[in-house]
Ligand binder design. Structure first.
Ligand SMILES: *Cc1c(COP(=O)(O)O)cnc(C)c1O
Length: 401
């Protein structure tokens, strides 16, 4: 079976809500993936950072198999012996008091929004149905109807209205706008510490710290979506750690499932998550024993293999080398840890042709927002692999000169 067979099959029967590169993958191991024709590629996307631990990590695979044989799903109508352990281990890791488990990232964001509204009514005494949540322009928090309601990308929301009210959009990185947007009915500020999907947008230094101070002063929840930036991706355990900021609510997903299984979670203090009562929120698969066993092992792999430190070290090397590339097409190269973007000038003709050319050289990258090439390999990557990749990247930029 060749690539064309699978591409045609997918495009005939599958809804076309993605525009993938025409590479059909069939195997993965660590930083490498193989297509159906036997070609090998370095995975520079890591499934949008869900595969921080590398493809089919042996420890995580072993856990998923043994837990699958043991017990996979109880629903939360009954208790199981994995969820309480994950809950404690996540709280120990992050310093929060409570956690609520979900599956996809979008579900965790939805959970955080519900928690914020509930906190607004029960603790801050905002009049019922009047709570407002502040978000940033160019945000990406997922794809549910409510979440796309406060997206600023027309392609995400056009045709999906009517949209959910109760959200105020302010420019990202703008402290004055945050201060001005807060009113007595504001319950929370939801943000990404680095806007990854928007094209690796790093806010001005000090932004997170000062934004937290503003939220504290005005008594609103400071809610970090660390689904993509968390668990090591930016060279710290959480991207907010760069400014020693502890959000009131932290949202995790993606690599919490070690690239094997969807697991997400909302972490906060008792004052917030303690407000949920039986029946007020739930998920059939949230907190299932298979997910929890996988998440526990995924966290241990990050810690025991020092993936955060490796990310910081390799990221520094890689960014430094990428910045040295001379090309008339490059506008800016930026990022933190192994979340790096090369922004091309508008005249360059978009990032897609560059990604196609990189694919031919054995590097799988995906354009984000037209003009940015994202580099986000699994955090197990070694310097020799990155230096191999750099040769290929330089070659591609030379070709486009
Ligand atoms: C991927 C992502 C989400 C959504 O996660 P899904 O698992 O795709 O629903 C939310 N926020 C951020 C920052 C993300 O990167």
């Amino acid at each position: 079976m060749d690539t064309k067979f699978f591409v045609d099959l997918e495009d005939l029967y599958g809804a076309r809500n993605y525009h993938p590169l025409d590479v059909v993958l069939t195997k993965g191991k660590g930083i490498w993936v193989w297509d159906v024709e036997g070609n090998k590629y370095l995975d520079f996307l890591s499934s949008y950072s869900a595969v921080n631990q590398g493809h089919s990590h042996p420890r995580i695979v072993k856990t998923i198999i043994s837990q699958a044989k043991q017990l996979t799903l109880t629903s939360r109508a009954f208790r199981n012996d994995q969820w309480p352990r994950l809950a404690k281990e996540l709280c120990d890791l992050t310093g929060y008091e409570m956690v609520l488990p979900m599956n996809s990232g979008a579900e965790a964001v939805e959970t955080a929004l519900k928690a914020a509204r509930m906190w607004g009514y029960k603790k801050k005494e905002i009049p019922l149905d009047k709570a407002e949540i502040i978000v940033c322009s160019n945000n990406f928090h997922g794809r549910t109807v409510t979440i796309i309601s406060f997206s600023t990308d027309p392609s995400y929301k056009k045709d999906f209205g009517p949209h959910t009210p109760g959200f105020t959009v302010i420019p990202y990185g703008d402290l004055g706008a945050l201060e001005n947007a807060i009113n007595p009915n504001t319950a929370a500020f939801l943000f990404e510490p680095i806007q990854a999907e928007a094209g690796i947008i790093v806010p001005p230094e000090g932004y997170l710290k000062r934004a937290k101070e503003i939220c504290e002063k005005k008594n609103i929840l400071f809610m970090a979506d660390e689904i993509q930036t968390g668990l090591g991706r930016t060279g710290k355990l959480m991207a907010c750690d760069y400014e020693n900021v502890k959000p009131d609510v932290q949202i995790l997903g993606k690599s919490l499932g070690g690239g094997c299984y969807p697991v997400s979670a909302v972490l906060s203090m008792r004052e917030v998550l303690g407000l949920f009562t039986p029946g007020s929120h739930g998920s059939t698969f949230g907190g299932n024993p298979l997910a929890c066993a996988v998440a526990r092992e995924s966290i241990r792999v990050i810690q025991e293999e020092n993936l955060v430190d490796n990310c910081a070290e390799q990221g520094e090397y890689f960014l430094h080398e990428l910045k040295k590339i001379q090309s008339r097409h490059i506008k800016e190269t930026r990022g933190k840890g192994l979340l790096i973007g090369i922004e091309l000038k508008p005249e360059a003709g978009g990032a897609r042709p560059f990604c196609e050319a990189l694919k031919e050289e054995g590097l799988l990258c995906k354009e984000t927002h037209e003009n940015v090439i994202r580099f986000a390999p699994p955090l197990v990557v070694k310097q020799k692999d990155l230096s191999w990749a750099l040769k290929k990247i330089r070659k591609v930029f030379k070709k486009f000169e």
